[in-house]
Design a protein around this ligand. Structure first.
Ligand code: MN
Length: 200
């Protein structure tokens, strides 16, 4: 079955003033949709791949036929990354990480502030388009990293649980060149309950 845009759980203006409604609308209906369209188009030449789930495709890119591998990496990665992004942000809430999430963060980074600084640095320094990530590694420990383009940590054997899109299309209308301001606003809209559900 062809991939479709997942339903957003909030309205385009629900993340204001941290992410403006126009950015949300264009980002979701145009950018995310384009990744999905390109993924579907690539898989049409190998329809049996529609039977695997997206995570499986991205975890095993080397098994994708070479003629569509880049399209699956970009379109499939874009679809997966954006779906995770929409799910792990939401209208501003006062709840931070739960106690168990906080413990996991402290075990991995020392404390929450260290984690935040680490994640912020990775997201800020990603040169050009890409993502900043919080992931779980094979041992269950949390790590931060950045990735270029639409490359997803799934393809490196990691389980991404929180990501920030640092492509300019994610913030340019409201923040122009001020990526650090956008990253700092991001913390206000992280939905920690949803992040926790991504742990394996
Ligand atoms: Mn994006």
């Amino acid at each position: 079955m062809a991939y479709e845009l997942p339903k957003l759980q909030y309205s385009f203006d629900a993340l204001e003033p941290y992410i403006d409604a126009k950015t949300m609308e264009i980002h979701y209906t145009k950018h995310h949709q384009t990744y999905i369209t390109n993924l579907n188009k690539a898989l049409e030449s190998y329809p049996e791949l529609f039977e695997k789930n997206l995570e499986e495709l991205l975890e095993n890119l080397d098994q994708i036929p070479e003629s569509i591998r880049a399209a699956v990496r970009n379109g499939g990665g874009g679809h997966f990354n954006h779906s995770l992004f929409w799910e792990t942000i939401g209208p501003k809430s006062s709840n931070g990480p739960t106690d168990s999430m906080n413990k996991l963060i402290s075990d991995s980074f020392g404390n929450f502030e260290n984690f935040k600084a680490d994640f912020t640095e990775k997201a800020t320094k990603q040169f050009g388009s890409g993502w900043g990530w919080l992931c779980q590694d094979n041992s269950g420990k949390l790590v931060t990293l950045s990735s270029p383009n639409q490359d997803t940590p799934l393809s490196s054997g990691l389980n991404p649980i929180l990501g920030i899109d640092v492509w300019e299309h994610a913030y340019y209308l409201n923040y122009q060149n001020r990526r650090p301001d956008y990253i700092s606003a991001f913390w206000e809209i992280v939905d920690w309950r949803s992040v926790e559900t991504k742990l394996k």
